[in-house]
Unconditional design. Structure first.
Length: 258
């Protein structure tokens, strides 16, 4: 049995200010790609996790891993061998560990045949991180509070061509928020702070913006992944090929919106 941990993007992200608990109040529009990491499960007496894929070396080991933490919320004494194919870059603004944890919740509810509805899982997801509830739903929603207060929302149509590009630099969410200051919005209020830490984000956004058919072009989350929506698969693929020729070391995913 398998489950996709769908890549998350923020179609828009506004930071409203710092909260008393040390986090930030945000208002964001979450959307999700058709592709992402892939989590599989097999019979086993103990709960274990094996990780493979291009970004496996960057995954937190052992009890720190959000997949295992999510699994234990559902059944501390239950056994399962989880196999994570880590295809998304880590610390990249596309959900990463949050999407993996959400996929674990969805997958293990089916595998263990637990009588839990989506509404039952949302509080568990929120205990794992601010983005995990949205990743659990993996559909277009508005997020307020820390991003974990969710409301239905309209967004671009499912199937819209989407290109994700990451310059290969991990970016700490905490460091980006620490540098945030109120500024005129670029569609993502964290972009200026992120570009101070990773200047390549500016180059990436410029390349995407110069691609015919790309609209909008934005950074996702706290970066450094940026994205563009396109009016056709051909325009998306041409942009991916051009960026790949100019920056072959950069990670790219030509996909679509869910």
């Amino acid at each position: 049995m398998r489950e996709t941990a769908y890549a998350k993007i923020n179609l828009a992200l506004a930071v409203r200010g710092r909260r008393d608990d040390g986090f930030h109040e945000i208002d964001t529009l979450f959307a999700f790609a058709e592709d992402g990491d892939v989590l599989a499960v097999e019979e086993a007496e103990a709960l274990t996790l094996d990780v493979s894929g291009p970004f496996a070396p960057e995954v937190a080991p052992g009890d720190e891993n959000l997949v295992l933490r999510a699994a234990r919320l559902l059944g501390e004494r239950r056994g399962a061998r989880l196999i994570l194919d880590k295809r998304l870059p880590v610390a990249a603004g596309v959900g990463g560990g949050s999407a993996d944890a959400a996929a674990a919740l969805r997958l293990l509810v089916r595998w263990w045949r637990l009588p839990l509805a989506e509404s039952d899982l949302l509080p568990l997801a929120a205990s794992l991180g601010a983005d995990v509830p949205a990743c659990l739903l993996s559909r277009t929603v508005r997020g307020t509070g820390r991003g974990d207060v969710l409301q239905p929302a309209e967004g671009p149509r499912a199937g819209t061509p989407l290109l994700l590009v990451n310059p290969g630099v991990a970016l700490s969410t905490a460091e980006v928020f620490a540098r945030w200051r109120p500024r005129p919005s670029s569609g993502n209020d964290l972009e200026t702070a992120a570009r101070e830490l990773v200047p390549e984000i500016g180059d990436l956004l410029a390349l995407l913006s110069a691609s015919p058919g790309a609209d909008p072009v934005r950074m996702s989350g706290s970066g450094a992944t940026c994205f563009a929506l396109f009016d056709s698969d051909e325009a998306r693929d041409a942009a991916a090929a051009r960026i790949g020729a100019l920056r072959p070391a950069w990670w790219r995913s030509a996909t679509r919106l869910r």
